[in-house]
Design a protein around this ligand. Structure first.
Ligand SMILES: Cc1cc2nc3c(=O)[nH]c(=O)nc-3n(C[C@H](O)[C@H](O)[C@H](O)COP(=O)(O)O)c2cc1C
Length: 499
């Protein structure tokens, strides 16, 4: 990525669009491993145009939901600047309608012009477009003129090199930001050799970045092969499909990870984002490859639910943890119930300055308590989310970690919220106004005395403005810190990928 926030198609490696494979868990995993750009699976315009955009507060995703309640496309903040929405279309107006529906949640819009399958071509979509360059031009021009996000397309080569070059030059004139080229004709199957000479010719014939595709079978096995594939094709960038489907850690600069590790990482995302069990199974079976008939493979194939799949991988505990967390987000537990996920105890607590006397904070109380107990002083680790500049802090006390699930507007606020969670879980004084009186009453020391004032946390409704601000911040809350991209430790910022 050349400039943060602006999608650049030069010198990048992309996860190719793949039906059934390119759903949210795979895209996030590919990003974790190092892919720069991730394409979603091809989604057909006729279906997409009926979808409603729904903010899913529980999962922290944006869902595009069909009238039959099927989620056709699920995305989240983490990938917003990296995900390319690929559609199948043969109609410029409908293509624009769909693109406008998803535009603000994605980084670019792509049109599939290479799919040779009958379900695509019989509707004039996919590879059928290759023999109708006027239609290609009409669709791409409409999109480029009607959208503020980059538009790209993915084609296959034509039988003649001259025709392929002419087509790519015509596409370039529509104003697209990049052209992905699969170096096989529509008649050729994936096992056929790739035409690197065609890719080289088109790359040299246009100024727009050409993304070379088709090298998974014999050219790219791990990340170190990517550079050779690029130079063999003279392309600006590389797009990987099958190599990534078999092992998405192909994007990892440090080399491939064992498939078992990758499958577990994938399953975590599938559970976290409530991915459909059958889709999850499909992707895991692709990763299992020849081991799909092993004992493990059989367990995966017969699984009916995400819970069954987790059982096959010995990940039931993880599944349960996530369910508890999701239930708490659904409001089935009061927000103050502590929930432990991945070894961190969390509560939905926010730090409000107005609840404390001047100069008093939860951090001070926590530090004081640690000193008294002769423990190491609390250690705060804060991450920030660049897209909305919110912060989340984890405090370590006595080798245990505590965190609020609510993102704060400042690093200081996030640390105070983490300290608050720790104090609340350990049932320690927090320093709030009126706290002593409240505790006295709760412990019965106040006898029959009627509570004179409500506890400060509930005492006064915050002013309207503050409530609205809080609602706004709550909308942005993320469930876990997987999405966090920038780590802030002791004030230093550096890029990190959460596991
Ligand atoms: C399972 C699977 C699904 C695919 N779905 C799509 C798709 O939705 N859109 C598309 O343009 N190409 C699709 N393709 C084609 C790939 O994007 C890619 O062009 C092809 O596999 C060659 O690249 P590779 O050698 O890296 O696999 C699919 C390929 C596979 C294996």
């Amino acid at each position: 990525m050349a400039t943060p926030g602006v999608l650049c198609f030069r010198d990048i490696t992309a996860l190719a669009p793949m039906v059934r494979v390119g759903t949210l868990p795979m895209r996030l995993l590919a990003l974790d491993y190092g892919a720069d750009i991730v394409y979603c699976e091809e989604l057909i315009d006729i279906k997409m145009v009926t979808c409603e955009r729904v903010v899913n507060e529980e999962l922290d995703t944006v869902d595009f939901v069909a009238p039959d309640e099927r989620v056709m496309f699920r995305t989240c903040e983490r990938e917003r600047d990296r995900v390319v929405f690929q559609m199948g279309t043969a109609d410029p107006d409908r293509a624009l309608a769909v693109a406008l529906l998803v535009e603000k949640d994605v980084a670019a819009i792509d049109v599939n012009m290479g799919c040779p399958k009958e379900y695509s071509t019989k509707g004039g979509m996919g590879a059928a477009l290759l023999s109708d360059p006027d239609k290609i031009e009409a669709i791409l021009t409409k999109l480029v003129q009607g959208l503020s996000k980059p538009v790209t397309c993915k084609i296959r080569i034509l039988p003649s090199m001259e025709d392929t070059v002419r087509l790519v030059q015509r596409i370039e004139r529509t104003g697209v930001a990049a052209i992905a080229v699969h170096g096989r004709t529509r008649e050729e199957r994936p096992k056929h050799p790739l035409h690197c000479d065609f890719l080289k010719a088109v790359s040299g014939a246009v100024g727009v970045p050409v993304i070379a595709n088709g090298g998974s079978l014999d050219m790219v096995k791990s990340f170190e092969d990517v550079a050779a594939f690029r130079s063999a094709t003279g392309a600006a960038a590389v797009m990987l499909a099958r190599a990534a489907m078999w092992n998405p850690s192909v994007f990892r600069r440090q080399g491939l990870l064992p498939v078992q590790t990758v499958m577990e990482d994938y399953l975590k995302y599938a559970v976290r984002y409530d991915n459909h069990a059958f889709n999850t199974k499909y992707c895991l079976c692709q990763m299992l490859r020849d081991k799909v008939e092993s004992e493990m493979g059989k367990l995966v194939k017969t699984a009916q639910t995400l819970s069954d799949i987790c059982a096959a991988y010995g990940m039931q505990a993880y599944y349960e943890e996530v369910q508890v967390l999701l239930r708490s987000r659904r409001g089935l537990h009061p927000p103050e119930t502590p929930v432990t996920l991945g070894g961190v105890t969390t509560m939905a607590l926010r730090f409000h300055r107005r609840d404390y006397p001047p100069e008093i904070t939860p951090k001070m109380f926590l530090l004081e308590w640690c000193r008294k107990e002769k423990l190491e002083q609390p250690h705060y680790h804060t991450v920030d989310r660049p897209q909305d500049r919110l912060f989340l802090s984890t405090v370590t006390v006595d080798n245990k970690q505590y965190r609020s699930t609510l993102w704060e507007k400042s690093k200081k606020g996030a640390e105070q919220a983490a300290a608050l969670v720790c104090l609340r879980v350990l049932r320690l004084p927090e320093g709030r106004r009126g706290e002593e009186q409240q505790q006295e009453e709760e412990s019965g020391l106040g006898g029959k005395r009627k509570r004179a004032v409500a506890p400060p946390l509930l005492a006064a409704a915050p002013p309207q403005e503050e409530q609205e601000e809080e609602r706004e911040v709550n909308k942005k809350i993320h469930l876990s810190d997987r999405e966090a991209e920038t780590e802030v430790t002791n004030g230093n910022h550096h890029k990190t990928h959460m596991p």
